[in-house]
Design a protein around this ligand. Structure first.
Ligand code: GLN
Length: 252
């Protein structure tokens, strides 16, 4: 463990081998690097199918995306103890970042376009229904003001259309592309300290402001009042500007 002044974060990467589309694990690498560059220690635990989930010492959970096939494969593993642990961790205020298929499994259910209904964790008030047309492409959304108002660029590819119930709110508003369902202008979900998004890319290296916000939230749970030190991120911001300009908006 690499700690400075004993500040560290415990990250759990759930289903790292099964749910990892379009380099989603780059989000974990990004968090690890942005912590290490500040001299903050990080322990990363991988929890694949068949491994028990010890949530009590975990500050931040990451779940990537997967195809419908992988999401069905996971079902027996999620039943019972693991789903209970995830719900308990969410209710306890642990920080979660879930992408696409990972987002869908945190919701109540996913009915695929083939008509298979997968009952999921129900940790957030969301359900997903597969459509005939996939929603694919680079996309862009603006995070809600309470989540920093960042202009986020990413890549989406999903047939699932996600609809939020009153217990969750969108992470942001679609500027280009589809987001949750291509209908209501919402993208992703927020509940307690859970962040969900359809954005592959991966999300965090392309959007360092959002990465730091999520890290700071997790650090503050362990170290109340903790302020994440500034980190020079000119290269990352130039990359984000290039992409948002390409998609037709300038960041602010
Ligand atoms: N299987 C889901 C869908 O197509 C999620 C895909 C993904 O994670 N990119 O809706």
């Amino acid at each position: 463990m690499n700690t400075v002044n004993d500040v560290y974060l415990n990250i759990c990467h759930l289903y790292p081998d099964t749910l990892n589309l379009y380099g989603d694990r780059g989000n974990v690498i990004c968090m690890e690097k942005r912590l290490a560059w500040r001299g903050i220690g990080v322990n990363i635990k991988q929890v694949p199918i068949g491994c028990e989930l010890e949530w009590k010492d975990t500050d931040l959970f990451f779940i990537g995306g997967g195809q419908d096939f992988e999401q069905e494969v996971l079902l027996p593993d999620l039943e019972g103890k693991k789903a209970d642990a995830i719900r308990e961790a969410v209710e306890d205020g642990r920080v979660f970042l879930a992408i696409c298929g990972g987002y869908q499994i945190l919701g109540k259910y996913y009915t695929t376009h083939d008509g298979v209904t997968c009952s999921y964790i129900g940790a957030i008030d969301a359900c997903t229904v597969g459509g005939a047309k996939r929603m694919i492409g680079n996309f862009m959304f603006r995070c809600a003001p309470e989540d920093g108002g960042f202009l986020v660029t990413g890549f989406e590819n999903h047939s699932g259309r996600t609809y939020l119930g009153p217990g969750a709110r969108p992470l942001g508003t679609v500027v280009r592309g589809f987001g949750n369902n291509g209908e209501d202008g919402g993208e992703g979900a927020r509940y307690k300290n859970v962040f969900c998004s359809y954005s592959h890319g991966p999300l965090l290296p392309k959007n360092p402001g959002l990465c730091d916000r999520i890290l700071e939230l997790a650090l503050r749970r362990r170290y109340p009042g903790f302020v994440l030190p500034e980190l020079e991120s000119g290269f990352e911001h130039r990359a984000a500007s290039y992409m948002s300009n390409r998609l037709g908006a300038s960041p602010c």
